[in-house]
Design a protein around this ligand. Structure first.
Ligand SMILES: Cc1ncc(COP(=O)(O)O)c(C=O)c1O
Length: 468
């Protein structure tokens, strides 16, 4: 043990040696200092606590005499094994906080997981090693509040080429996840009322409500969010996932895109937050260009993340601000430090600059396409009573399961047999009437060879009639 910190009260009636002795003794009894730990040397501890060596000597001698520690000549003092001593309660003992443990399933159709075998560890390691080997001391200091310029340059290039987003690196702000960036966006906007998609990404609902704003849930159909319903509200800001609605997978139709942009253009405080989550993976037809690229009025705040395209644990997401919001952003936020480690940002920037991100996306798109096709083919061939909705994109399908049991009963049945399924009602911001149970079935994290068996197992648990 390098050092020990104790709060010693110099004006107390109790002498310092006694306070120190009691502090160390209690720490040993309550096992905060483990058996066998070497205590700091008397000189070091005296320097650290700014008290005399004699005080430490007396405290250690007392602990030694009572058998809490032993002395090894020319090596130091070590904590001794003590059995059956009563545990000393003190005010610092807090109730243990229960850990939130995610339920784990033998087969998990979680739409949020990725293929764990596809990550290019070797290439990533190469960039991490190169960066460390450079000994760039500047990277030890904090960087630009908006994120490293080099990474913003790469993101701007990628967004233009792949998503049709028109922006400069100066408009990009990098942060550690959509959940961390959304409250920033909300603070930038002069609005107390937000419209969001229903069903939708529940975290957005929570975040907006936490900031004390009002949420209007707007129903989604096969063409995406209903603009006529949005127009009935007093909201000035709307959060949408137009390229691949989460969770239904609907694509916002061309008519609704222009209606939405027109809605925003009608008032100076109106803005659209476009979350492009999950849009990298489209398996049929042309990619759907972003709404931001269609907008001529500076009304769209575009946001996206590397959670699906690289890994959820990276915690790198970003938003692109319209030029009209840049000065508000600078006045409000530039005194905050970026939340993403600079080393990670540079590894990612170099990885993108040398074309590895594009290669990785292509490889993963092929892999997910195969999994998607396989899952839909198995369902269509063997279970004709079920129907699949959502576009040919993303990492999950939406399955309608006509059944006598309710959605929750089907979920529980699957769960009791070790299978995780995700009912559409989990994503409802406010209740919507519908007759047939629906589930999100994610395929990203499933092994290709296991997909067919996983579907058959689920259907046999649900007693869904199989043909062929
Ligand atoms: C629509 C949508 N956007 C963003 C996210 C998460 O993004 P991040 O990992 O960057 O916080 C999710 C996660 O489920 C999501 O559903």
């Amino acid at each position: 043990m390098d050092m020990l910190i104790f709060e010693l009260e110099r004006n107390s009636d109790k002498p310092l040696y006694e306070q120190l002795y009691v502090g160390i003794k209690n720490a040993i009894i309550s096992k905060r200092i483990e058996v066998g730990t070497k205590l700091p040397s008397k000189r070091k501890l005296a320097d650290f606590l700014n008290i005399s060596q004699t005080t430490i000597e007396i405290a250690y001698a007392q602990l030694l005499a009572e058998g809490y520690i032993i002395s090894v000549p020319r090596v130091g003092y070590f904590v001794e094994t003590i059995d059956d001593l009563p545990y000393v309660e003190n005010e610092t003992n807090l109730e243990p906080v229960p850990l939130v443990i995610k339920q784990s399933f033998e087969i998990d159709f979680n739409p949020g997981t990725i293929d764990l075998d596809g990550f290019p560890f070797t290439t990533w390691r190469k960039y991490a090693k190169l960066l460390i080997d450079e000994h760039n001391k500047d990277l030890l200091l904090t960087g630009h509040p908006q994120g490293e310029y080099e990474l913003r340059v790469e993101i701007a290039k990628y967004l233009y080429q792949s998503r049709g987003v028109v922006c400069s690196p100066e408009q990009i702000v990098i942060g550690s996840g959509t959940e961390q960036l959304l409250p920033m966006i909300i603070r930038l906007l002069n609005s107390n009322e937000f419209a969001i998609e229903n069903p939708g990404y529940k975290t957005v609902n929570r975040i907006i409500k936490h900031t004390g704003r009002t949420v209007f849930p707007i129903q989604v159909d096969e063409e995406g969010i209903r603009i006529s319903d949005l127009e009935q509200t007093t909201a000035n800001v709307v959060y949408v996932t137009p390229s691949h609605q989460f969770p239904t997978g609907a694509v916002l139709s061309a008519t609704r895109r222009s209606q939405l942009l027109n809605w925003a253009a009608q008032h100076s405080d109106r803005f659209i937050i476009e979350d492009d989550y999950d849009s990298e993976f489209r398996y049929l037809g042309k990619p759907i260009p972003s709404l931001q690229g269609l907008d001529n009025n500076d009304k769209v705040i575009y946001m996206s993340t590397f959670t699906k395209s690289l890994m959820p644990s990276l915690r790198v997401a970003y938003f692109v601000l319209p030029k009209s919001l840049l000065s508000t952003y600078h006045n409000t936020f530039t005194y905050y430090t970026s939340t993403v480690p600079r080393f990670d940002q540079h590894i990612l920037a170099n990885f993108m600059k040398d074309g590895h991100f594009a290669k990785h996306l292509n490889r993963m798109r092929k892999l997910y396409k195969k999994k998607h096709e396989h899952m839909t083919e198995v369902i269509e061939r063997h279970y004709p009573t079920l129907s699949i909705s959502g576009e040919y994109a993303g990492m999950n399908i939406v399955l309608s399961v006509p059944h006598d049991l309710s959605e929750q009963q089907l979920k529980e049945k699957a769960s009791n047999h070790g299978i995780g399924v995700y009912p559409i009602s989990n994503y409802m911001i406010s209740p919507i009437e519908y007759n047939v149970p629906q589930f999100l079935l994610g395929f990203g994290g499933l092994n290709f060879d296991g997909i067919e068996n996983a579907i058959h197992k689920l259907m046999s648990i649900w007693d869904v009639k199989r043909v062929n």
